[in-house]
Design a protein around this ligand. Structure first.
Ligand code: EPU
Length: 422
């Protein structure tokens, strides 16, 4: 996978998405699973890995910690060979590029008793604190400080403890889990995140020999073990990529079968699409979304899983922008996730932001324009918006999209869209 920051997608509007696409594993699972391999010396193999740039960056981070990493994008596998002794410093230059990388804190602390991890970067979608991660490590007995842009944590030995999360943060839950599996005694994480990617990480840890109860619930009980073994694990399908195609199908009045996806991980978004007038047929290996008429406007409010995912909020706004009627979109997870709304307005969308709400008045069609991508999901939304605009929309800075969507342009083309990359 190679990308250049000046890459752009050229989208000619008017096509109806129809046909079949297959989704690979979830970005937000595989990045944490790569970090989890550090917990056990030896060879671990992940499969169903998406061909996205975030995986490449995470691979570089693992290499900087002493692991050998080989990716086979065609087979969708990543093989990680972890030495007996791993490094304990995650350099800022790598960690700043993707937020998912910050979950190496837990494994490094568990394996080395100390860690120095650059403060994380990631998308510009609002303030993204790490206080819950740090408080969790402190509860497990680590001394934690922030020095010159690095989180520095030291612990003679980690000791299990009850931990209550103020917010069911996905990565705080994961970081604590990754440390607690090798801590001495019992850790109970209360108000844990219930996202399928958290459950997938916990399943992988159990296959490595960890003892975790309550997987999929908001209370995770971890009985620490002395050592873990390497594993072969198949990553759960990406529900956000699947949801993006489903929304694209409805926006373009199309008919798309999404293979490899799990409808049960998208209950809320699919219910909203049905409310908008779509038909959803769930099969054994995915689901089909179709609609003949213009979708109806529906209100959407994002929330932690099983609520409507914040990562599908930008595509949902793109859908409402061409729906029949007015709707209210409410963002409850991130405080800066409406930054891309100005770009949607450049495409002629009738949107008005008021605090954490956006009022949308649906239009029959958008109007093509050059637009700029600010984060992964905003990028996907702007490309979908280009499909329902008259003329040619140029979407700049596609590197963001490549972080989370494998060959998005090729997949859309396979569904009949006129999308090219220059
Ligand atoms: N929060 C705190 N303190 C913390 C941690 C989080 O206040 O210590 C707050 C955040 O500011 C936010 C809320 O808690 O308001 C939820 O954030 P969370 O920690 O759950 O998000 P995250 O773990 O940083 C992951 C995904 C995001 C996804 C969110 C929510 C990864 C690498 N990222 O982020 O994915 O939006 O969960 O589901 O797993 C994306 O893929 O495009 C993406 C942004």
């Amino acid at each position: 996978m190679t990308t250049a920051p000046q890459d752009r997608f050229v989208v000619r509007g008017g096509a109806r998405l129809a046909g079949e696409v297959t989704v690979a594993g979830a970005k937000n699972s595989v990045l944490k699973q790569l970090a989890a391999t550090l917990l056990a010396p030896g060879r671990s193999v992940l499969s169903n890995v998406p061909d996205i740039s975030d995986v490449v960056i995470m691979g570089d981070l693992l290499r900087s910690l002493g692991a050998s990493v080989s990716c086979d994008p065609a087979a969708g596998t990543v093989t990680v060979d972890v030495p007996d002794t791993i490094g304990d410093v995650a350099e800022y230059d790598l960690v700043r590029r993707i937020r998912g990388s910050f979950v190496v804190l837990g494994p490094l602390l568990a394996r080395r008793g100390r860690a120095r991890v650059g403060m994380p970067g990631g998308d510009a979608i609002g303030s993204r604190q790490i206080d819950l991660h740090l408080a969790g490590m402190a509860r497990l007995g680590a001394e934690v400080s922030v020095e010159h842009g690095y989180v520095v944590a030291e612990a003679g030995a980690l000791v299990g403890a009850p931990i209550w999360l103020d917010i069911p943060s996905v990565m705080a839950t994961e970081n604590i889990l990754l440390a607690a599996v090798l801590a001495k005694g019992t850790t109970v994480i209360d108000n844990a995140a219930r996202e399928p990617e958290v459950g997938d990480l916990a399943d992988m840890l159990v296959a490595m020999g960890a003892q975790i109860d309550g997987i999929g619930s908001s209370t995770l009980t971890v009985e620490g073990v002395q050592a873990l073994r390497p594993v072969e694990h198949r990553t759960v399908p990406d529900r956000i990529v699947a949801g993006t195609f489903a929304i694209g199908a409805v926006m373009t009045r199309g008919d798309v079968t999404i293979r490899g996806a799990r409808a049960q991980h998208l209950d809320m978004p699919l219910a909203k699409l049905v409310e908008a007038g779509a038909t959803v047929d769930v099969g054994t290996d995915g689901f089909r979304v179709s609609i003949a008429d213009r979708p109806r406007a529906v209100d959407v409010s994002t929330l932690y899983y099983p609520g409507f995912p914040t990562d599908l909020q930008p595509p949902a706004i793109a859908l409402q922008a061409v729906a029949d009627g007015s709707s209210m979109l409410t963002e409850n997870v991130f405080d800066g996730r409406f930054a891309f709304v100005d770009e949607m307005v450049r495409l002629g969308a009738d949107l008005h932001v008021a605090g954490h709400h956006v009022m949308v008045r649906g239009r029959h069609q958008l109007s093509s324009a050059p637009v700029q991508v600010s984060d992964i999901r905003a990028g996907a939304a702007l490309i979908l918006a280009g499909l329902v605009a008259d003329g040619v929309t140029e979407v700049y800075d596609t590197g963001h999209v490549d972080r989370g969507y494998a060959c998005f342009d090729a997949q859309l083309r396979s569904l009949g869209a006129d999308v090219t990359r220059t």
